[in-house]
Design a binder for this molecule. Structure first.
Ligand SMILES: C[S@@+](CC[C@H](N)C(=O)[O-])C[C@H]1O[C@@H](n2cnc3c(N)ncnc32)[C@H](O)[C@@H]1O
Length: 389
């Protein structure tokens, strides 16, 4: 057996007849891997059983405190043998003993999985001055792959999402630098390139929520900032609707077209590679044909959506329509601020909020702001010269 499969481990040594009682105690403290190291084999030694403990002094002290007046036991240190084919449950567990403690504490707790790709952000580890930083990051990537068997490539997120196409810089730290993948979400498939298109798996529940609305038969919908099509395709999958999906990024458009082809849908999604502002041009054929014909509009460009309300008001069917509006708003009271912001800008376009159907924080965005969504019923008030309504 290789040295790799053996490691010095702390064990709880207990008489065989008390082992059952100890296991019963663990059951009351689920998940019991908080105390036991499932990656190491239990040892049977004559009249004793040795249970391997996690490599965490704090946890071991907590365990001792909880059982010392109930059971007789010893804590001993000896060589433990790794369980073959053990599947780690978390990156922290997979990394135990493989990183210095100060680095282990800074390992990111969350990461994104898009198809066979994982994207991880090392914001805390990057603050450490250590020449082995890349080596540590590679170990984290390897641990991530050992926990998520479908992952083949791990990218480090090197920048915030930026630019008109909302892209982030990515650097490969594990596997081949192949940014194209197919992601499955809510029974739909999305082919995409994580470097050339925007996509976040974190909106999975939001897309489920929006696509679970009750849509009128042949309802007309505009997905203003469609990306590779997650909102449009999930809505059209089970609803007989007509969706006009726009994106200015040629790569997003290319995958949007492919995704329309690979997903079977009851409704129709028509893709356009253009800046939605062009629709306002009085000479624009599509703009003229869509003007005031749309029942529902989705605006998922949170940092900029407020600047496109004139386009939404130009497209929205008179006298009423539905808007799903995403924006980043400052804390505290992000929703109140979001509604005020919307109200002011809508009035300038001659529309007003008839009813707020729903409003909520979708996820925290930064220490100071949240991503919020407001679902609204809008009503046309009067002609406005500001927005050419
Ligand atoms: C935040 S992403 C959202 C993509 C998609 N809705 C999703 O959930 O994955 C915003 C998208 O809007 C596109 N975009 C930005 N400005 C645009 C504009 N003026 N006209 C059309 N698309 C635009 C970007 O290329 C990007 O794909």
């Amino acid at each position: 057996m290789g040295k790799k499969n053996k490691k010095q481990t702390q064990f709880l040594k207990i008489k065989q007849e008390s082992a059952e009682k100890f296991l019963k105690f663990l059951k009351t403290r689920l998940p019991n891997e908080t105390f036991l190291n499932r990656g190491i084999k239990v040892i049977h030694d004559g009249a004793y059983v040795l249970f391997p403990l996690v490599n965490d002094i704090g946890k071991i002290k907590e365990l001792i405190g909880e059982i010392s007046n109930k059971l007789n036991f010893d804590i001993v240190s000896t060589i433990g043998i790794a369980e073959e084919n053990y599947k780690y449950r978390s990156i922290e567990e997979a990394l135990e003993d493989k990183l210095p403690q100060n680095i282990l504490e800074l390992v990111p707790k969350s990461y994104d999985i898009v198809g066979k790709i994982a994207i991880v952000e090392f914001d805390q580890i990057n603050t450490v001055d250590d020449k082995n930083l890349l080596h540590y990051k590679k170990k984290v990537a390897k641990a991530l792959v050992s926990v998520n068997k479908s992952v083949e490539t791990v990218y480090e997120k090197k920048s915030e999402v930026k630019g008109k196409h909302r892209l982030k810089e990515l650097k490969v730290i594990y596997g081949d630098d192949n940014p194209e993948t197919i992601h499955k979400e809510n029974d739909c498939l999305f082919k995409l390139d994580v470097k050339k298109t925007y996509f976040t798996p974190r909106l999975v529940f939001e897309r489920k929520r929006i696509s679970s609305n009750i849509f009128k038969k042949q309802e007309t919908i505009v997905d203003m900032f469609a990306g590779v099509g997650p909102f449009s395709i999930q809505i059209a999958k089970n609803n007989e609707v007509n969706i006009y999906a726009f994106d200015v990024n040629p790569s997003a458009y290319k995958y949007l077209i492919e995704n329309i082809e690979i997903n079977q849908m009851k409704g129709e999604v028509i893709a356009y590679n253009m800046d939605v502002n062009e629709l306002l041009n009085p000479e624009h054929k599509l703009g003229n044909s869509l003007k005031h014909t749309i029942d529902r509009i989705i605006m998922n460009l949170p940092e900029q959506s407020i600047n496109f309300l004139d386009v939404a008001c130009f497209l929205m069917k008179k006298p009423t329509g539905i808007l799903h509006f995403y924006q980043f708003c400052e804390k505290p009271n992000p929703i109140k601020k979001g509604i005020e912001n919307l109200n002011t800008n809508l009035k300038d376009c001659g529309w007003h909020i008839e009813e707020i159907l729903n409003s909520k924080v979708v996820k925290p965005f930064s220490p100071k702001s949240d991503l919020i969504v407001i679902d609204l019923k809008l009503r046309f008030l009067h002609r406005s010269y500001l927005c050419g309504s």
